[in-house]
Design a protein around this ligand. Sequence first.
Ligand SMILES: [Zn+2]
Ligand SMILES: [Zn+2]
Ligand SMILES: [Zn+2]
Length: 258
Amino acid sequence: MKITFLGTGTSQGVPVIACPCRVCKSDSAKDKRLRSSVLVQLKKSNIVIDAGPDFRYQMLREDVKLLDAILITHSHKDHIAGLDDVRSYNYLQKRPMDIYASVRDQETIKQEFSYAFREYLYPGVPVINLHNIQQGIRINGADIEVLPVLHMKMEVYGYKIGDFAYITDANFIPAETMAKLMDCKVIVLNALRKEPHVSHYNLEEAVRVLEFLRPEKAYLTHISHLMGFHEEVEKELPGFIRLAYDGLELDIPNSWSE
Ligand SMILES: [Zn+2]
Ligand SMILES: [Zn+2]
Ligand SMILES: [Zn+2]
């Protein structure tokens, strides 16, 4: 299994439009963060978790020629705004795009992309096949587990694929989800900035959760310009925790054959 970080930024991305701060003016490529998303490449499928406003550019940058499915963590705009661009895959693959989301998020997607769900469709609109995920997910033989977490009061889904877990936009992980994370070798978790926030873990909280779970490797994502410079923040972290950055690739030995 190969993971590629397509974006590691919070909802505004980094740099923030017109922001004069030093992080937004940084020359380092690691301080440039598109909206958070990962590409998961399995033996038989390519899956993307979330499709925010940078989805089109992320698919071009990583040259993703085939896309089997999109898993949605939740329907905030920075996680779904790019769904219109599945049109290219509709055309190439000659089928609807399979999108997995909670019932609540399916309703939001239907509202925000209402033109794709009308009885009479304008030619060229995105063709989306929404799937329920209560019973878990199976894509081309690969089982994917849903990891419910809280984003303030909103339930958001993380996903567990083999030994890999991806959780974004959380500030609380219930006990049942913590139990599912105990045997994960690689965990991605959100950490917005150093200061506390009402709906996201800050750096200290995310590190505390990861030190408890103690995976082999952990990566922080959904990072704000207020976090500071990538290179400087990394020096403050325990060795097994790194800040993710756009374009980072991880090879994860697979625990199953799909
Ligand atoms: Zn977000
Ligand atoms: Zn800034
Ligand atoms: Zn959110």
